[in-house]
Design a protein around this ligand. Structure first.
Ligand code: PGA
Length: 268
């Protein structure tokens, strides 16, 4: 368990905001204020902005992600985009965001196929899981998330599973301004790692970065990064704001440097 230090990751989910031109301009402006190589930084614009954002971020070290990917490689799927089509445009992809579970009827099994396609094609999947408010109030949050993981990752662990990232996003916290408590998110991160181990995804269980998502801001990111089991954030609304992204990544850099220092010390 005490292997390599896990990276600190800040991923921006721009959802259905920005034209391609707006996305390029915003990416450039954000890049200028998040020049922190210690933090793995990912911007996920809408599909139509991927090429423009890739170009705007060239040479910055900031990576590009898609917000979705189809579970088939090609075929009669009007309006869809497959993993091979994302090659050269994105190196990350969000799979199973709760808005897609809700609006596009994505099931755990389907989301699992998306994760598989992403892994096969060298895209790092950010698998989003999270409970509804009623689940948390009923004390079922960990059980619900474990079931989502089992439904999506039920097959054998692929060789490239170490590139998997999990985003714990309680549905009641997304876009509501009501964030989870750091301690609850940390407990869930532990539960997620145990669930992966039970599924036989042992490499992933040891190495998987677990992000928190749901109303993350520059003001509250510290509460999550203070938890050693939380490795960063998937940020929605605040990720469209230059100052918020500057603050979030600056705080993440403190954690990244502290982790690297601890690692250096224990090795030396
Ligand atoms: P939010 O969205 O930060 O606006 O709550 C997070 C997400 O949906 O990934």
């Amino acid at each position: 368990m005490m292997g390599a230090v896990r990276p600190v990751i800040v991923a921006a989910n721009w959802k259905m905001h920005t034209t391609a031109a707006e996305a390029a301009a915003l990416a450039g402006a954000i890049a200028a204020v998040i020049d922190e190589p210690a933090v793995t930084r990912v911007i996920c614009p809408p599909y139509v902005g991927l090429a423009a954002v890739r170009d705007a971020l060239a040479g910055t070290g900031i990576e590009v992600g898609a917000q979705n990917v189809h579970h088939e490689l090609a075929g009669p799927f009007t309006g869809e985009v497959s993993a091979p089509m994302l090659q050269g445009l994105a190196s990350w992809v969000i799979c199973g965001h709760s808005e897609r579970r809700r609006d596009a009827g994505e099931t755990d099994a389907l989301i699992g196929r998306k994760v598989g396609r992403a892994l096969e094609h060298g895209l790092r999947p950010i698998l989003a899981v999270g409970e509804q408010l009623a689940d948390r109030q009923a004390g079922r949050a960990e059980e619900v998330v474990a079931a989502q993981l089992a439904g999506a990752l039920g097959g054998p662990e692929p060789a490239v599973a170490e590139s998997l990232v999990i985003a714990y996003e309680p549905v009641w916290a997304i876009g509501t301004g009501r964030n989870a408590h750091g301690a609850d998110a940390a407990a869930m991160a532990g539960s997620i790692r145990r669930a992966l181990a039970r599924l036989g995804w042992r490499d992933a269980a040891e190495r998987v970065p677990v992000l928190y998502g749901g109303s993350v801001t520059a003001a509250n990111i510290g509460e999550f990064l203070a938890e050693p089991s939380i490795d960063g954030a998937l940020v929605g609304g605040a990720s469209l704001k230059i100052d918020e992204m500057a603050g979030i990544v600056a705080r993440a850099a403190l954690t990244a440097r502290a982790r690297a220092g601890v690692q250096g010390g224990s090795n030396g």
